[in-house]
Write a protein that binds this ligand. Structure first.
Ligand code: NA7
Length: 540
């Protein structure tokens, strides 16, 4: 490995030659780059977008913001950074999040090591040379000993397979490909397909401006109030002074958020006590209404139903028309089995005279027409049509690339029956290829830091021991995959269709895509494997 952290010269026709090629300049990729440069390795990021930020670069729709506390999502590795950066809101919005990630990239001089507009087409492992050959869709090429995927969990946008999509004559886009210039909704007839966490953030924002809005809902979600607020100067100082406690709290909780499940079982309390508790968590900001509830709501259907009915009544109380209210109330799945969208004024939108809810379960969308949307019983005309239809989560961005390991075997073939990994980090047959996407049910930045540090420590270990190749042992992969799958037994997650289960993408294998053992168990296992000289990996 080369002992320099100088930026490589920009290359168009020349092949970029580095120790490590990282895919993606989002939260995990930026930190991975920082760590590798600190080690004195040469590293380069290929980033599909025109700037840093990943999720916070692409998802620039009005209303996009953190659902976890800004300061619990912040990087923890630099005290100076923690002191310098002021979050303006408890749940900060996309423009600020994108500014933050640019600030980090500039502060640590990362941008000279990033190629923008560099979407990878293929990454092929050359066994004889023990190198990865990487090529972008524009023909930019690189060669690297290590390939590190930092593509995140929600980057491959999912467009529905509705006939006629290409025929629409108005303006239309997926929420994660939102135009960089401001979209003018004033007086316009707007349609939006989808009511997931994205749509629930977006709808209240555009409902303030549109002429008329039509929301096409297939599955109603249990949406809970975010209760965001500005951070005043005094609170800012308190947050900065309490970063050690904030990060320690996140280390201690199941999903590395600031909230943790209540250890009591729901029915250990009387009905009155339970309801008083529900009211108490409902009044809190953020995910407390989910991750702060009784732990058995995630496994016991009776406990879940008790809380779910409380939430349904909260929804009913906010919507004036009882027929519309019942359409918005989820009844076909448990609370928290799908991602809980956090909202600000979402349900009140349906009290506006210029907003219409179309239940596409009653009358499915048949086609997109040049002027709008045709369902089984009506046609709707729009000037703007928005697809808030989600993502091919966790695996999609990788399986859309042509990634080939030993013997030319594709990652698609290796994962045909669902993703198989050791520790979520490597797949057997793909030497020196690390996946730091965050396939752990975990506050993204908290686990991204853990994994990026693990990878950089591993590369340092390899350099010191003169190892050139690391690969997951197929037996260790089998044992880990079996263990990870066994953890989901009894979890309500697996009983419901959602992007967690891959069921939103036709043809995708139905499997819980996250590691469900909790962030502390994941961290401990990674540390144990490293301490045992990378047990379960074959080093040579
Ligand atoms: P989601 O949560 O996957 O939501 C996608 C929405 O689009 C959801 O309501 C879908 O209904 C709907 N959808 C998808 N295809 C169709 C068709 N063909 N017809 C009608 N409706 C459709 O994605 P988001 O972007 O909202 O959120 C993703 C994550 O980003 C989120 O969890 C946060 O972590 C951040 P369905 O529910 O499948 O019936």
């Amino acid at each position: 490995m080369t002992q320099t952290n100088q930026a490589m010269p920009a290359a168009n026709s020349a092949v970029i030659d580095v120790d490590a090629l990282i895919i993606g300049a989002g939260v995990s990729g930026l930190y991975q780059l920082y760590r590798l440069l600190q080690l004195g390795l040469t590293a380069r990021i290929f980033e599909a977008g025109g700037g840093v930020g990943g999720t916070w670069y692409w998802n620039r729709y009005p209303g996009a913001r953190f659902d976890s506390e800004s300061y619990s999502y912040a990087y923890s590795f630099s005290q100076e950074l923690l002191e310098e950066w002021d979050w303006t809101e408890h749940y900060s919005a996309q423009p600020e999040n994108e500014r933050y990630l640019n600030f980090v990239a500039d502060k640590f001089h990362l941008k000279p090591h990033i190629e923008f507009d560099a979407r990878i087409k293929s990454a092929i492992y050359d066994e004889a040379a023990n190198r990865w050959d990487i090529e972008t869709i524009t023909g930019l090429r690189a060669r690297a000993r290590f390939l590190i995927s930092a593509v995140g969990i929600l980057s491959a946008s999912h467009m529905p397979n509705i006939p006629g999509i290409e025929t629409f004559k108005g303006q239309s886009f997926h929420t994660s490909r939102w135009p960089h210039e401001r979209v003018n909704f004033a007086g316009k007839r707007v349609g939006i397909i989808g009511t997931g966490a994205t749509a629930v953030q977006l709808i209240p924002e555009i409902a303030k401006e549109v002429g008329h809005l039509t929301v096409f809902q297939r599955t109603p979600n249990y949406c809970a109030p975010l209760r965001n607020s500005k951070i005043d100067a005094e609170t800012q100082q308190k947050i900065k002074a309490s970063y050690p406690e904030i990060f320690q709290k996140c280390r201690d909780t199941f999903a590395a958020f600031m909230q943790d499940f209540d250890p009591r079982r729901a029915f250990d309390l009387t009905k009155e006590e339970r309801h008083a508790f529900y009211e108490e968590i409902w009044a809190q900001p953020g995910f407390t209404k989910w991750f702060g509830c009784f732990h058995d709501i995630m496994t016991d259907e009776r406990a879940n139903e008790d809380y779910a009915e409380f939430v349904r009544n909260k929804i009913r109380a906010r919507v004036k028309d009882p027929v519309i209210a019942e359409k918005l109330v989820p009844k076909d799945h448990p609370f928290g089995a799908r991602r809980i969208p956090l909202e600000t004024g979402y349900y009140e939108v349906y009290n506006q005279a210029n907003v219409r809810l179309v239940d596409v379960r009653e009358s499915p969308i048949e086609r997109i027409t040049p002027t709008g949307v045709k369902t089984g019983n009506a046609e709707y005309e729009f000037d703007v049509l928005i697809y808030a239809t989600g993502f091919d989560a966790i695996t999609g961005e990788l399986t859309r690339m042509d990634i080939r390991g030993v013997g030319g075997r594709t990652l698609n073939a290796a994962w045909a029956d669902g993703p198989r990994t050791y520790l979520t980090l490597q797949t057997a047959g793909f030497p020196n290829f690390f996946i730091i996407n965050g396939a752990v049910f975990c506050n993204f930045t908290r686990c991204a830091e853990v994994v990026a540090e693990w990878v950089s420590t591993c590369l340092d270990y390899m350099r010191n021991k003169d190892f050139k190749r690391i690969e997951a042992d197929p037996e260790a992969e089998e044992a880990w995959t079996t263990h990870a799958n066994s953890l989901t037994e009894g979890m309500l997650f697996t009983k419901t269709d959602s992007w967690f289960m891959g069921t939103n993408v036709p043809g995708k294998k139905r499997t819980f895509l996250f590691y469900a053992g909790g962030a502390p168990a994941f961290r401990n296992k990674c540390a144990e494997v490293a301490a045992k000289d990378y047990e379960g990996f074959v080093l040579s």
